[in-house]
Design a protein around this ligand. Structure first.
Ligand SMILES: NC(=O)c1ccc[n+]([C@@H]2O[C@H](COP(=O)([O-])OP(=O)(O)OC[C@H]3O[C@@H](n4cnc5c(N)ncnc54)[C@H](OP(=O)(O)O)[C@@H]3O)[C@@H](O)[C@H]2O)c1
Length: 138
């Protein structure tokens, strides 16, 4: 059984990327690392590197999309400890970064119509106050 004085963490997808880096850093802090990896060979290689750096690491074959695999992983963790302190559910795909869509420049809302000053002689045809008037009854 693993030393229960240590904080323990299970990291899914821990064989590379952010998961592996988290494992490395927490291993440096003295945590017990349960290193989840869906591919056993990749997991073994990663666990080997962590162990070489002094981490206390246990490889846990784990594909998070398989209930069977999750159940087997749980059994394996229980063989080592009766207490798991932290779960880092990191497994996943980073996805593709996409550029934000370029926004079309907004059409100016400023009127091009000259401002009505209300003074005679400066009447503007589209102005509400002095626009075209009906010439009824003239
Ligand atoms: N990197 C970013 O900028 C970024 C940004 C936002 C969110 N994230 C999230 O952070 C997490 C890690 O990202 P990352 O960049 O380190 O990705 P990564 O380098 O591709 O690593 C992903 C890890 O998840 C594992 N994995 C994938 N599907 C799995 C499954 N069904 N069961 C178990 N393990 C599985 C991979 O295993 P294999 O080696 O077998 O493929 C790998 O170990 C992902 O969940 C990602 O969505 C990342």
């Amino acid at each position: 059984m693993t030393n229960t004085e240590r904080t323990s963490v299970l990291i899914t997808g821990g064989n590379k990327g952010l998961g592996l880096e988290a494992a490395r850093r927490l291993g440096e802090l003295g945590w017990t690392i349960f290193l989840g990896s869906r591919d056993e060979d990749r997991g073994r290689a990663a666990a080997g590197k962590l162990a070489a750096g002094g981490a206390n690491v246990v490889l846990v074959p784990l594909d998070v999309t398989s209930d069977e695999s999750v159940a087997a992983a749980e059994r394996l963790v229980r063989e080592h400890t009766d207490r798991l302190d932290v779960l880092i559910n990191n497994a996943g795909a980073p996805g593709r970064a996409s550029r934000p869509r370029r926004r079309r420049p907004r059409r100016s809302t400023r009127s091009t119509t000259p401002t009505c000053t209300g003074r005679s002689g400066s009447r503007t045809p589209s102005c509400r106050c002095c626009g075209p008037r009906s010439i009824r009854g003239s």
